[in-house]
Design a protein around this ligand. Structure first.
Ligand code: 1GP
Length: 233
């Protein structure tokens, strides 16, 4: 079976804890040409705010995924295509590698496995909430990141490796090293993409670029530019 992300170039990640720019609707953002919407964030997540964004996006014709940051905010909604579940390979606490996942399965029992997908995160911005929360070791050189990507793919069978610089623009050499180390798995890159050029540069290395803050800070036109760049690369 082909992976849902096989043809994706661009994901728009919407954070339920952040507002949209004045006059911008979720419908506008769904219509930017992005290949998928991922609803998720690190801080301030609740079932209520997750549900509100998922319901607002579900009315529109774009694949919709939830990226729950912990088991208590997982939303069941018919509008969701599925779940993209983070596991943080360089987390300091095992809770963020397998612990949260174990709790989810313990509490829920049988998950919808045919639409539950893993993302093997390598968290790189020490200032980001996700780095603090997971106590991630972000002091990694390009060869460390490449090695994490390799173990994610070859030892742990991860189909998605996600180099995450959330909030800041990453080192291209690091993303390139991760890309070169992967054989089949898809490389997602997210962090600090803010215009055509920044999107295009990372999209030459990554299979899929993830754009987050830009939607909340700038709005639709800026996001469209990044979609164009992702498709041009
Ligand atoms: C965050 O990777 C995404 O999880 C996108 O990062 O918000 O910096 O665009 P930005």
């Amino acid at each position: 079976m082909t992976a849902p992300w096989a043809d994706w170039n661009h994901i728009l990640k919407l954070d339920p804890d952040k507002d949209l720019p004045e006059g911008v609707t979720y419908g506008d953002l769904c219509a930017t040409g992005t290949d998928a919407i991922e609803v998720g964030g690190t801080m301030g997540m609740t079932e209520e705010n997750m549900t509100a964004v998922i319901e607002a996006c579900a009315e529109h014709d774009v694949p919709l995924y939830q990226e729950p940051s912990n088991p208590s905010v997982v939303v069941e909604n018919d509008g969701l295509e599925g779940y993209l579940i983070p596991t943080v390979f360089n987390a300091g606490s095992p809770f963020w590698i397998t612990g949260a996942h174990k709790e989810w399965v313990r509490l829920e029992g049988d998950l919808e496995w045919d639409r539950t997908y893993m993302e093997a995160y390598i968290v790189m911005n020490p200032e980001a909430d996700v780095a603090t929360l997971t106590e991630a070791d972000c002091d990694l050189a390009a060869d460390d990141v490449a090695a994490y990507a390799t173990i994610a793919e070859q030892m742990f069978g991860q189909e998605i490796v996600y180099v995450e610089y959330s909030g800041t623009y990453g080192e291209e050499s690091v993303v390139e090293a991760a890309a070169e180390s992967l054989k089949e798995s898809a490389l997602f890159y997210g962090g600090g993409i803010h215009d055509y050029d920044s999107a295009h540069r990372m999209a030459t290395h990554a299979d899929v670029i993830v754009v987050g803050n830009l939607a909340h800070d700038e709005g639709v036109d800026a996001v469209r530019e990044t979609v164009k760049a992702a498709n041009d690369a």
